[in-house]
Design a protein. Structure first.
Length: 133
């Protein structure tokens, strides 16, 4: 909570717990990586892979168990996965286009569509730059 008369907020109150491998996980690191690769070959995004690992295998986070994220595991195995934010933006664009076809005078939706398209362009530009490095 902020102080009453000052701008400062004081010292942070807590720190996240140190990442340790949970005791209930019986799978080895190599087996977990094989599961991640198998699920990704079925066409799942990294976010969906994380949900499957959590729900079906009891793995809360690959970062705490393996020390690397799902995207990095896929990159090591040569599997290219499209980013989750790009997919969600494209879905939103298609729904906005359908809405604008029905409601041609909705200027707010038209402006929103322009903003979403520009976000996609910026993301593509960023991903191209990142791929070159």
């Amino acid at each position: 909570m902020a102080t009453m008369y000052g701008r400062g907020r004081g010292k942070a109150g807590s720190h996240p717990p140190k990442p340790e491998k949970p005791l209930w996980i019986k799978l080895s690191d190599k087996e977990i990586e094989e599961i991640v690769v198998k699920i990704s070959k079925q066409g799942s995004s990294p976010a969906k892979i994380g949900l499957v690992l959590r729900d079906n295998y009891g793995i809360p986070s690959t970062k705490t168990v393996l020390g690397k994220k799902i995207q990095k595991i896929l990159d090591e195995h040569g599997i290219k996965a499209e980013s989750h934010d790009m997919i969600s933006l494209e879905k939103r664009i298609t729904s906005l286009k359908k809405h604008i076809e029905k409601n041609r005078k909705d200027q707010t939706a038209i402006r929103g569509l322009q903003i979403k398209k520009e976000k996609v362009r910026r993301l593509e530009k960023y991903n191209k730059k990142r791929a070159k490095k």
